[in-house]
Design a protein around this ligand. Structure first.
Ligand SMILES: Nc1ncnc2c1ncn2[C@@H]1O[C@H](COP(=O)(O)OP(=O)(O)O)[C@@H](O)[C@H]1O
Ligand SMILES: Cc1cn([C@H]2C[C@H](O)[C@@H](COP(=O)(O)O)O2)c(=O)[nH]c1=O
Ligand SMILES: [Zn+2]
Length: 192
């Protein structure tokens, strides 16, 4: 039986790298993975999953209005899909996470989702909330804070490097805008 996996972490922990390694693994065994990423995340150009380590691969895009079950069912009817890999899965809606459980349960295709657990305020993203609730397997990928502890929080910084407490949940950016830290240093940064 296929399963749904949620690989979660703070930023800069190797999620995209791990996704691209999984894709390579499937391909080297002659199988067909399908990669999706969020259309709103255009840091490395639209329709690409890129890791900071330099790997990259083309991807299908998802928007909040897409029915991912129907899209994958259509793809699977013309070319067998062996695995679905979703990057930036924190940006999925509740309905889309449900549609992906249907891909697992009705089409029997494994779905591997990679994304952030929480935002810069420490609140869950919608996609992450339902993946935490519904995925078969939860796997934490780890990165480290400047102090050496596990970094499980993300700070959003202003132009002067000061931690920001409020703002829109979604703001695309990279190492220039965000820093992953441990909970202790997250609290200290916001107290300043
Ligand atoms: N040249 C490099 N060699 C080895 N590791 C690197 C290199 N550049 C970045 N990394 C590591 O890659 C990880 C970030 O990978 P990435 O897949 O982009 O993360 P995420 O998708 O979780 O944000 C970090 O652990 C970083 O230290
Ligand atoms: C913490 C946080 C992040 N984001 C955005 C910033 C990036 O575009 C992605 C995460 O990228 P990763 O390196 O692939 O993990 O999410 C956001 O919109 N809001 C936030 O609070
Ligand atoms: Zn720390």
């Amino acid at each position: 039986m296929a399963q749904m996996y949620f690989y979660y972490s703070a930023m800069n922990a190797g999620k995209s790298t791990t996704l691209l390694q999984s894709s390579f693994n499937y391909r080297e065994r002659g199988m067909t993975p399908v990669i999706f990423t969020a259309a709103i995340d255009d840091r490395y150009g639209k329709g690409m999953v890129s890791s900071r380590i330099g790997l990259q691969e083309e991807a299908e895009l998802f928007n909040a209005s897409d029915d991912l079950y129907t899209r994958l069912q259509d793809m699977h009817s013309t070319q067998k899909v062996d695995c679905v890999l979703i990057d930036e899965c924190q940006f999925l809606t509740k309905e889309q996470v449900y549609q992906l459980t249907e891909v697992v349960d009705k089409l029997n295709i494994p779905v591997l989702c990679y994304g952030l657990r929480s935002d810069f305020r420490g609140e869950l993203f919608a996609g992450s909330r339902y993946l935490l609730a519904w995925a078969d397997k939860l796997v934490e990928l780890k990165t480290i804070c400047h102090c050496g502890r596990k970094a499980n929080m993300v700070i959003r910084q202003d132009a002067s490097g000061k931690a920001i407490a409020d703002g829109d949940q979604v703001e695309i950016g990279g190492n220039d805008r965000y820093v992953s830290v441990c909970r202790k240093h997250y609290k200290e940064a916001l107290e300043r």
